[in-house]
Design a protein around this ligand. Structure first.
Ligand code: NAD
Length: 422
């Protein structure tokens, strides 16, 4: 069952993001000048910054903040800490944020940040130092009306609290709205932690209705057991789905009778990995992707489903909780094989949507109940799914192209209406 590692032959995801845009632009017959504007980031900042490590030596780290497009509002997008971060990756993620905010129709452009670091090798104090200095270095770009970061891979609510505090210290007063995904005690929103997974499950419900595949009883495999993956497991189990396999960067576990997500999370908290969970067989990430199941949720990193393994994917629905898990070649293979893909910019847009609610609450200093947040999220996700699904049916295109067409058309309209300055 083992296959070659798809990541090893992974294409450059910036090239992938641009190819996806070109495809949508072609379908929309977009004006060539507008295409030139939208296919590159507006602004890119690279910073090399020092951090004093616990043993007293100074290390220099490299980080990026990229703003892709600001036509519909301030830039919005996460900050990633990972040893494999590249400027091209950050560009792609920033462009995807523009489309993601547009597909759910919230008033933001797209941005993204990243630092080249393996955070697991840093102490908590070193991570705080790195975060505060990185926040300082990118502070010419960020702000509640300009660019609002959020958590991404290996960053969390604590990271956002440090960034908010650093930015506030520079200004001399508390500025909650500079980041989202903060702890609730410092201006965060109820429901934000679960929002990405909850939004993905709302889109899965809609897809289930469209395909006549009820979530109750569906067998689910989830790649990546972090924020998005583990909470998706919880929520899908609550819908009556059977979670047959989950994985993290160390490997995967499998039980056809179903895994209890709460117990798996407890095991991971205690042992730092899902591997070794009692009563489950072990399997590789490559094997997990090809399991016999109804729903596959990639919730780890990009380029996981490629032309190598797409012919062997058995799921009926691929719900992209992760950003960019499927290459364009794989997309076509899945489409030809009748596998329904809920594309990342739609599927995982719940995170940025509740980030938007958090920002609105921060700006108004008026905080909503969790019930209101979840209901408002459902309305936005349902509406976004319906727009994209209708577009895919109308133009006989797969869901990713349809999502891009909905998103790019809105950004193009805003850009056109604003006109070119000067
Ligand atoms: P996270 O750091 O909380 O979790 C990532 C998980 O993936 C971890 O369990 C890690 O061990 C696992 N992983 C890493 N490499 C892997 C590999 N090769 N195979 C299998 N598992 C691997 O991150 P997250 O916030 O859950 O983000 C996951 C994905 O979801 C990313 O693509 C991110 O961009 C996307 N996303 C997250 C949010 C959010 O709000 N958290 C919003 C939108 C999109």
């Amino acid at each position: 069952m083992a296959s070659s590692n798809p990541v090893a032959e992974a294409p450059n995801i910036w090239a992938v993001a641009q190819a996806q845009f070109d495809n949508a632009a072609e379908h929309l017959a977009l004006d060539p000048g507008l295409r030139r504007v939208l296919r590159v980031p507006k602004r890119e900042l690279t910073v090399n910054f020092p951090v004093t490590m616990d043993d007293g030596h100074v290390e220099v780290f490299t980080g990026y903040r990229v703003q892709h497009n600001l036509s519909r509002g301030p830039a919005k997008g996460g900050i990633r800490y990972h040893q494999d971060v590249t400027l091209d990756e950050v560009r792609a993620l920033a462009m995807w944020m523009t489309w993601k905010c547009s597909v759910v129709n919230i008033p933001y452009g797209g941005g993204k940040g990243g630092v080249i670091v393996d955070p697991k090798k840093l102490s908590q104090r070193e991570l705080e130092g790195l975060t505060r200095r990185f926040a300082t270095e990118i502070s010419p770009l960020i702000g509640p009306d300009r660019d609002i970061p959020a958590p991404d891979v290996n960053t969390n609510a604590q990271t956002m609290a440090w960034i908010m505090d650093t930015f506030s210290m520079h200004h001399g007063y508390t500025i909650h709205g500079v980041v989202t995904g903060k702890p609730v005690a410092v201006g965060g929103s109820l429901g934000r932690n679960e929002a990405t997974a909850r939004g993905a499950v709302f889109t899965l419900r809609q897809a289930g209705t469209a395909l006549n595949l009820p979530l109750a009883g569906a067998r689910v495999a989830i790649e990546g057991y972090g924020n998005a993956g583990s909470i998706a497991a919880d929520l899908l189990a609550a819908e009556g789905s059977t979670i047959i396999a989950v994985s993290d960067s160390t490997g995967g576990i499998f039980n056809t009778k179903g895994l209890d997500p709460a117990r798996v999370s407890g095991w991971k908290r205690e042992h730092g990995t899902v591997v070794g969970f009692p009563g489950a067989d072990q399997l590789s990430n490559e094997e997990l992707l090809e399991l016999d199941c109804e729903i596959l949720v990639p919730a780890a990193l990009e380029n996981q489903i490629t032309d190598h393994n797409a012919p062997r994917i058995q799921a009926r629905i691929v719900a992209e909780a992760a950003n960019g898990p499927t290459t364009p070649e794989a997309d076509q293979i899945l489409f030809d094989r009748g596998i329904f893909v809920i594309p990342d910019i739609l599927c995982n847009a719940g995170g940025v949507t509740v980030s938007y609610f958090e920002w609105v609450q921060d700006m108004q200093s008026f905080f909503w109940t969790e019930a209101r947040i979840n209901e408002s999220l459902r309305e936005i996700m349902d509406h976004a799914f319906e727009s994209v699904y209708a577009m895919s049916q109308r133009h006989s295109v797969h869901m990713r192209t349809a999502a891009y067409m909905v998103a790019v058309a809105r950004v193009a309209e805003a850009t056109n209406l604003r006109g070119l300055y000067p």
